[in-house]
Structure formats: C-alpha cells, structure tokens
Design a protein around this ligand. Structure first.
Ligand SMILES: [Zn+2]
Length: 70
C-alpha cells in the first residue's frame, strides 16, 4: 500500500467494516472525484457519492455589498 498524495485518508472511530466486521479499520478517502469508504483489513470499498453535499454556497448576485463613500 502506498499513500496517494492527492487523497486524504480519514479513519472513522467506532465504525465496523460491513465485510470483515473489524472495528476501527474503515476509513474514508477524500479525493477530488468524491468520497469513498475502505477497509484496511480487507478489500472492502464503497462509494459515498450518495451523501448529500452541504449547501454552503451563497447565491451570487442576491445582494450587493454596501460601500461607504466619504
Ligand atoms: Zn474489512
């Protein structure tokens, strides 16, 4: 196993692998293409593309910044 620089690995505390049943071995890989869940003990992998993304984007043009002119 070699680490991939463009991906971030995040272990999930208390998570149990649905394939081998081992606790604290599953982790989430965050990549530009999306997130996926993996197990470091077996070959389990699952795409997390179904997760809803947080809608934090402000609508552009809905408001105008107020400029204070002297
Ligand atoms: Zn596993």
């Amino acid at each position: 196993m070699s680490p991939v620089g463009s991906q971030r690995k995040r272990f999930i505390a208390g998570a149990v692998c649905p394939q081998c049943g081992v606790e604290d071995r599953t982790y989430v890989l965050v990549a530009a293409s999306g997130q996926s869940r993996h197990c470091s003990d077996c070959a389990f992998s699952e795409s997390l593309a179904d997760l809803p993304e947080p809608d934090s984007a402000e609508p552009v043009g809905a408001w105008e910044p107020v400029k204070l002119l002297e």
